[in-house]
Structures are given as C-alpha cells and as structure tokens.
Design a protein around this ligand. Structure first.
Ligand code: TMP
Ligand code: ZN
Length: 406
C-alpha cells in the first residue's frame, strides 16, 4: 500500500524499517505477553515538504490514557530546563495586562506550574488523566482532552484567545498535525506566538540517535518541514534555539507572517539544514547504514560480555530503549534487568524484549559489572550521581553517538 505524507499527502517511500515493534511505553505483565500489540516501525521522508515521519501509526488513544507511564518531572535537569523556559517566555512573550497562555500536552504541570505561581491565567490540555491529575494537584489549571478544533473553540468561549500557545515534546506526537495547527490558529490571538520544542532531526542524524524513532514520535522535525507546515496556515518561523535536552531538541517560535522580525538564527539554521542535506534521500540512506552498524556493534559487545558472564543491567526503562532492545534483539540473558525510578514501571517487563524492570535499589544494592545507559539523554546527571558505581569498578555502556564503554 502506498504511504502518504500526513502533512501534504504526497507519496512516501520509507527509507528504513525496524521490523515489528511493541508500543514504546507498553510496559506489561507476563499474562499479557501473548496479546502484546505490535506494529511495523517504518520511517520515511516526504520529498515534497521535507517532513520525516512514521509511515505506520498506532492510534493515539492506545498511547495516551489514564495509565500513561511517562511523567515529565522525573529529573532535576528537566525541572531546571522548564523553569528557564518559563522565565524566558514570561520575559519575551507574555504581555502586561491580563495575559492568557495555553499549553498542549501539559503532562504533570512541569512547565505551567511556573505560570500558575506567577499568577498568569493559563490552561493545560492533557489527554492522559493520571498525569493531568498530578498537575491539578500542583495548582495547574488542566483540562483532560486531546487538543482539537472543538476543544479550541471551547477554550476561546471560556477564556478568550491566548497570547502564547506552548507545547514541549507534544507536536511531534500529533498525527493530524495539520488540524492541530488549524486548532492553534483558532485559539491564538492574531499577534500571539506559538512556541514548541521537540527532538531535532539534525541531532538525530548527527548522533545516529535512532532510538528517538518510536510510535509516539510520529514526526522528526527540521526547520524546513516546520516552516512548510506553518506557512500553509499563514504563519512563519521567527526564532529558533537549540536545546540540550532529550538528546538534542529545537525550540521553534512561530508568529503570523509579517507580524514579527525573523531572527538571524532562523536564517542560519535553515542554511545549515540545506548544507547537511536534511531533505535528501541519500542523507537518510547513509543514516540507515550507520544505524545498522550501531546495532551490530551493540549486539556483538553484549554477546561478548554474556560469554564472559559479566553482569549487565539497563539503566532507565526509557521509551526510547524499546526501539533499541527490540531492534537489537536484547534478551534477559544478556541484560539481567532494567533499573528505573518510576513506580508504575517497576515490577513490569519492558515492551517486546520483556526485560524485568526493577527499582533503583536493586541496582545500587548489588552493582553490576556494566550499566547499559538507556537514559543516555540524562548522561551528565546520571554519571555525576553514580560515582560510587564507578568507584566500585562499574562501567557504562553507551550507544549514542557510538557504541562505547566508559
Ligand atoms: P526519558 O529518557 O524519556 O526522559 O525517560 C527517562 C526514564 O529513566 C524514566 O523512566 C525515569 C528513568 N530514570 C531513572 O531511572 N533514573 C534516573 O536517574 C533518571 C534521570 C531517569
Ligand atoms: Zn509532505
């Protein structure tokens, strides 16, 4: 069956398949192993609009629900990031008077709580009831819903239009992105701004970070593709800023065409993308070859360690690691268990690969020889706090940007 671009409807030929995959956050119990939901994880580039995207998708209500496993406030680094983000938005884009701001996918309120504390009128739209509840308990005004046109219209009736619409690690999750932008148009004041952040395609390619590719990430944005999408709706990029979170993200600021000055950062980054071939098929064929090479190196290393009977434990049962464990065929006989601080994941098994997830105490009470750093995007924070593991002779295995023992 021909695949078509979700943004412009052009035909897409996938450049890579990772094979059958479970849901990245589908942690489960042995009783459910038999019925595990699988789909074909494939990714393609649209030649027409430059959007890199999944060509098979999992229905959103399978992914985001009352048992969503991911809480944004899991690390001090992320808390600090969102605090800075809030301060920047307040200083640059929240006007005086009686401003109103909206966040799409506000999760546990990690960003909006700063606006709440500053007394700024705000509303978070969050489809996963369990994380939304945590935000409400923090004093964040939250509505449990998927953001769409009807919701946008309701918001305008109730609160008026917004000065700022924000989203972090959310836009790339919305399959019907065109409608979402249409709904943003309804909710945003004509002179308002949209500010969103997502993992950046430039970083994924540069670091061979193929584990960013999984069901929830429908899109892999570049400035080129974001510009194309928003221009259809009368908007343009006015600023961009790279962010050192989630392995390399980009913050995009968008306003109605001609409304605000376009920063030099936009012009420069677009030129960089042109030079890097971010819309060229060959770039992605080369990426696929690097991914295959990375997989082979990791499998070889883990097999070698298993033959030596070294103990290897995974660190962080991340969504991203689902792609790695399944694509590389990592089984419990090479990785004993995965340590994770999220209660809801502990005692369950990782999707597809079925590695046991255990509390952090199981890691710290009996250090393994090697810790396979699935949460590599938090490497600085984790390595700094795990000095004792190093002192006890423990070693880290990382695979982004290359398979390395540290
Ligand atoms: P993320 O990479 O999608 O942000 O998810 C990080 C996962 O790793 C999350 O399940 C929590 C877990 N984690 C730990 O177990 N220990 C840590 O020190 C950190 C930072 C995260
Ligand atoms: Zn397209």
């Amino acid at each position: 069956m021909t695949k078509t671009c979700l943004v412009c409807n052009a035909a897409i030929d996938p450049f890579m398949s990772f094979g059958q995959m479970p849901q990245a956050n589908g942690f489960l119990l042995p009783d459910d192993f038999q019925d595990e939901y699988l789909y074909d994880l494939q990714i393609g580039l649209c030649d027409q609009c430059g959007m890199v995207q999944l060509t098979e998708r999992v229905e959103p209500d399978r992914l985001f629900h009352e048992n969503y496993a991911y809480f944004s406030s899991i690390s001090t680094r992320m808390e600090a990031h969102f605090e800075d983000f809030a301060a920047d938005v307040m200083a640059r884009y929240v006007p005086k008077g009686n401003p109103f701001i909206v966040e799409l996918g506000s999760n546990d309120g990690i960003l909006l709580r700063h606006f709440s504390q500053a007394g700024v009128r705000h509303l978070g739209i969050e489809p996963s009831a369990n994380v939304a509840q945590v935000a409400v308990e923090k004093g964040v005004n939250t509505r449990c819903a998927f953001f769409e046109e009807t919701v946008a219209r309701d918001i305008v009736v109730e609160y008026g239009q917004a000065d700022v619409v924000m989203a972090t690690n959310v836009m790339c999750h919305i399959p019907d992105l065109d409608s979402a932008v249409q709904a943003i148009r309804l909710v945003l004041k004509p002179d308002g701004v949209v500010i969103f952040e997502d993992p950046y395609l430039g970083n994924i390619l540069e670091k061979t970070a193929y584990d960013q590719i999984y069901d929830e990430h429908v899109f892999y944005f570049s400035l080129t593709s974001v510009q194309h999408l928003f221009r259809k709706h009368g908007y343009e990029l006015v600023d961009v800023a790279p962010q050192n979170v989630h392995g390399g993200s980009m913050r995009y600021t968008i306003a109605a065409q001609g409304q605000r000055a376009v920063s030099q950062a936009v012009t420069e980054q677009l030129a960089w993308e042109g030079g890097e071939g971010l819309t060229c098929r060959e770039t992605f064929d080369a990426f696929r070859r690097r991914v295959e090479h990375s997989r082979d190196a990791l499998v070889k290393l883990l097999q070698r360690l298993a033959r030596r009977r070294a103990r290897v434990v995974g660190y962080g049962a991340t969504s991203k690691s689902t792609t790695v464990t399944n694509y590389c065929g990592i089984t419990p006989d090479v990785v004993e268990f995965v340590s994770d601080t999220t209660r809801g994941k502990q005692g369950k098994f990782t999707p597809g690969a079925h590695l046991p997830v255990r509390p952090y105490a199981d890691f710290s009470a009996n250090y393994p020889d090697y810790a396979l750093l699935f949460a590599w995007n938090h490497a600085d924070e984790i390595m700094a706090k795990e000095k004792e593991f190093r002192d006890a002779g423990g070693k880290w295995i990382i695979y982004v940007p290359e398979v390395t023992i540290l």
